[in-house]
Design a protein. Structure first.
Lengths: 475, 475
């Protein structure tokens, strides 16, 4: 068994016969190699990256995925699995060319089991579509990244996606009870089951969740569901300083209140959103806002918690506490929050970091980031899931000369991550390492830690054909 | 690097110089090889098994554990980590002799962080001790296996322990945010952190939780804590048939009620407990009881749910619905539940199975088990965490002739597991595979699934020195 040896940017050549074999597996209609298709599958939502595959294949079943991987193993061809292409770390980019394996046709919800509270789904279902189908049965799958209207559940599982509701309900991994997955050699395995407890053998489910498509291709997912809360209340709270907003986050959580979202947005993010949406936002000149959601089934309990939050916020110099009780007003607030990423990024060339720290370190994280940015004269806009300590830091080029930006950015990011690690944090809370963060991982992980991860990778993918070039730094 | 080659029951011989080196690492006071010590560390709570080590070592720090494993790797000596020895699958038995590595001296609670709701602890802390220290801070670590008064948190992490409260709060894995662990080669790694979101690299935390001490030795644990609920209510509900009790379980859960315990106990278990404790139990002639706990912070909500449970139970022919509102009465009920295991097992030679099925399959599981046992003329007593579908099946020899028991048991267990697998279940919900279930694992896992697990084992432990002989079937 030989190891894959290709050069990034210098893709392997695929033979006519390989293309023919792929067409036999999926039908000729599901194999694409025209320039337009290759371009379309060359990027995701991560900055300005493009790595085209040589061929795009769209299988329709676990068996077809298995046949493709058997073929790729035999021919030593790189295979890069792909969901909806909404990732923010370049996880689905075919760095080494080869086969882009799109799961988009495997888009069936197989079962919503209302007795055991479990959903069985294929990976290519859009998260919002899945959530709505589940909510129709009065059940709830709460993990909703900002891209929920377009991202696939399979990509969420591969990346262990988070989102605002993680603060109360947890991230994707906390809902995955089992998987069907295809190993790089084509072997099909099942992990877990419709079971809330299961310790027969190693927990391969959780080894695969968040492995960024580098260990296996996920073709079926069992998700835990919970009862749908019937009541929601939202609060929008403007603050005169980042620090007071950040301290309020920790105070709310330490008080044992369990908001279903606790989002932080600094002024420039709010302004970018206001301009993008053309909407009015109260206190849009405040230094920062907290957006807080409470959910449950008892109005008194929700009101009680809202009142407590209001008190905590006012004790931290909040400018006001605005309530959104109607569904419509709540949707407006969520729209603001969900628009931030695109709005901020449309302002300038940018680089986004997905920092996470223990939540009581957020005030220090923010002040040290602002200090760092001032020193580098690089603008930054921060927002994110503050209840989890997960702050997205957008570094913006604005009018900075190209050479200053290009020469400085890498060093500045290393300094930024050094701060994060110093605060007991991690490089990425929910976006993944993928391609865009791989050179930084050794800031955080020791050689011994990287070595054991590499051995796990080799255990699953001895040839190194599955999503090559991701997670680990180049040598 | 050579692979470990020893025979179970024919342990390797340890040289004087190796013993000397161990004494240098931990101090001579913490190395034991007298017959009494070797016997004491030869068994756990799993049936009647005994595999003595050649030496017992009690390190006091991560660095000492690392030094021991470096030595063992160099000398190719088996090392079996051990918590409190309360396991139910023989996970800590030194099958191949060698070094028993006891974590009992690493028994310090390092931090209870009341701001971030995280506890940092060494592995040798007794779970109940840990829980009580946490509850003093008005926080909650809910995972409480029946052995909580004696088992170690490290063993709970190694086995991914469950217990009654898993039905609401989840199992051990759902609370582990990070680990310090020593690999078989002596490398020290840290995984996770004081972070509720973290996707930098593979999820080694969850690869290690539940790996039964076969991949690494866990020396420090970060646990998520939650706010302590202030109110509890318990219900004891007798039923005239197993079937009606089992159907009630599924009905309660499907109604979206979230009991913090939903335990099933059949008549013979109740009777064994009554005799063991010398206590009066109402309706002790009922075919089965459900023991249900509700917790929370709002009495009205608890009462409302209790009423709903009562209605569901009565609709399933419950004989009565008994409430336990006082702390004392509740403790009495928990005592009954926690006594079952020992009480049932004191009746006869036994073999315990730890079956788990989708919770709506419990009625069918129970009826098929009873049918199977009748056919084999083997008595069975069932009880367990029915809310999770996790039923402990105690097979009792009673007056059966030795040869009938000895010759039949293995085949009967295979038939039992075939039923479990047919119902979409798993061989073990919380006890682990360890030694006692390893020959059955291939009833459930395919050759491809076992092969990838074996490759994961090899990635962590290429020499095969760490807890050898566990999980995988003999060839």
């Amino acid at each position: 068994m030989s190891k894959l040896k290709t050069q990034e940017h210098t893709p392997v050549t695929l033979s006519e016969s390989l293309i023919g074999s792929l067409k036999e597996i999926t039908g000729a209609d599901n194999v694409f190699y025209d320039t337009e298709s290759l371009e379309a599958y060359s990027h995701d939502e991560t900055e300005d990256l493009s790595f085209p595959p040589q061929v795009v294949v769209k299988p329709d079943s676990t068996e077809q995925v298995s046949a493709i991987l058997k073929l790729a193993s035999a021919e030593n061809i790189p295979v890069t699995p792909r969901g909806a292409g909404t990732g923010l770390s370049g996880g689905c980019l075919p760095l080494h060319g080869g086969i882009a394996l799109s799961l988009e046709r495997m888009n069936r919800i197989l079962e919503i089991d209302t007795t055991n509270f479990i959903c069985v789904t294929e990976p290519g279902v859009i998260v919002q579509t899945l959530q709505e189908a589940i909510e129709e049965k009065n059940l709830f799958y709460p993990v909703d990244p900002a891209s929920r209207g377009s991202c696939f559940i399979g990509g969420n599982v591969a990346e262990n996606s988070g989102g605002p509701r993680a603060v109360k309900y947890g991230v994707t991994k906390d809902f995955v009870l089992g998987l069907t997955a295809v190993l790089p050699n084509g072997d099909i395995i099942k992990t877990g089951g419709k079971l809330y407890k299961d310790v027969t053998g190693y927990n391969l489910t959780q080894t695969l969740v968040g492995s960024e498509g580098t260990l296996a291709v996920i073709t079926e997912i069992l998700l835990k569901l919970i009862p749908l809360p019937s009541l929601h209340l939202m609060l929008m709270i403007p603050f005169p300083s980042l620090e007071q907003a950040a301290k309020t986050v920790s105070a709310i959580m330490s008080a044992g209140i369990d908001p279903s979202a606790l989002e932080f947005m600094e002024r420039d993010a709010i302004i970018a959103s206001r301009e993008q949406l053309g909407t009015h936002i109260d206190y849009d000149d405040a230094a920062a806002h907290l957006l807080i959601e409470l959910d449950g089934n008892n109005q008194d309990l929700i009101d009680e918690r809202a009142e407590k939050i209001g008190e905590i916020a006012m004790a931290h110099e909040a400018l006001d506490v605005l309530l959104a009780e109607s569904k419509q007003k709540q949707e407006e607030l969520w729209n603001i929050r969900r628009s931030l990423s695109e709005a901020v990024k449309s302002r300038s060339v940018y680089k986004e970091e997905d920092t996470v720290v223990p939540r009581d370190k957020i005030p220090e994280l923010l002040s040290r980031i602002k200090e760092l940015c001032a020193r580098w004269k690089i603008a930054s806009v921060c927002y994110g899931h503050a209840g989890d300590g997960n702050i997205h830091v957008n570094l913006l080029k604005d009018d900075l000369p190209d050479d200053v930006w290009n020469n400085g950015l890498d060093t500045m990011i290393r300094e930024l991550f050094a701060i994060v690690v110093d605060l007991g944090g991690s490089l990425t809370g929910e976006h993944g390492v993928g391609y865009s963060q791989r050179e930084y991982i050794s800031i955080m992980k020791t050689p011994a830690e990287l070595a054991i991860m590499k051995r796990v990778k080799d255990a699953f993918d001895p040839q190194g054909i599955l999503n090559p070039g991701k997670i680990f730094p180049t040598e």
